[in-house]
Ligand binder design. Sequence first.
Ligand SMILES: Nc1ncnc2c1ncn2[C@@H]1O[C@H](COP(=O)(O)OP(=O)(O)OP(=O)(O)O)[C@@H](O)[C@H]1O
Length: 309
Amino acid sequence: MIDVNGLTKTYGAHRAVDDVSLTARPGRVTGFLGPNGAGKSTTMRMMVGLTPPTSGTARICGAAYADLPNPPREVGVLLDASAQHAGRTGREILTIAAMTAGLPRSRATAMLDLVSLTEDEADRRVRNYSLGMRQRLGIAVALVGEPEVLVLDEPANGLDPAGIRWMRDLLRGFAADGGTVLLSSHLLHEIEVIADDLVVIGRGRIVAEGTKASLLERAGTVVAPVETADAATLVRACAGAGLAVTRQDDGSLRVEADAPEVGRLAHQAGVPLARLQPAGGTGLEDMFLQLTADTQRETRVATAGGMAA
Ligand SMILES: Nc1ncnc2c1ncn2[C@@H]1O[C@H](COP(=O)(O)OP(=O)(O)OP(=O)(O)O)[C@@H](O)[C@H]1O
């Protein structure tokens, strides 16, 4: 379990993290999502005692990171896969990590197997590792102490599609065994396929949180009239009912309500429909872009062309 309460970090006049509270629960994968520079890494660094907060608290397994008796046995951390000692081999790094956690050297070999680093790769110096290999090693180091909690910053960075699937299965398995996973990403699709719960951050503040299912519900319904000329009537009907409507690139409308409600409004307005369906992932993406719009560097491009992350 991770419990973050009112975490704030200021650098001079800049509030990198602004009163962030979140909970990551056992048995669930919690996705921490936000555009570049939103404050994900800073929040995670404060959780594990690497950056002192300006105010607020973070508790992992009921205690501040610094008060955990043997941190690697409680929480596995991967913040920067390139931060490993470049002159050591992967096997050396894992062996040191296992011994630091009070575990036998054999645990290092087991972890190499788990993350599919070969004997040959394990004996190479980390400076010669590809980004994907560093990422695998970082995940192995995070898991070496058999922790209950994982805190992973952009763990999919540098992994190929098969590697991403492997990591997804690994983390889902970890959560299925009762573990708590908090992982960050700036890519919605990456998080959407793995997370049970989502926390969305923009410019240092939490802008949305909830189960993926509840956020998908909030993402609304995509609707298209048979006659394009009826779109304006439908927009008026929805607006009259107090519902927000967004025009999609393909001419359809996304309405922030469930399909039965939108269908009823269309019927009352006498508008025959060609399409009526839950917005799903596309809607979630629109919602993510809207929620974080003032923090997106590519807002104009994304709004004009729809974002293909
Ligand atoms: N040591 C520091 N000194 C000054 N500003 C900092 C420092 N560390 C982070 N920041 C600022 O805090 C903000 C949040 O940065 P952070 O790295 O937490 O974002 P992020 O959400 O992890 O971004 P990304 O997805 O690009 O990794 C940024 O504006 C960043 O420039």
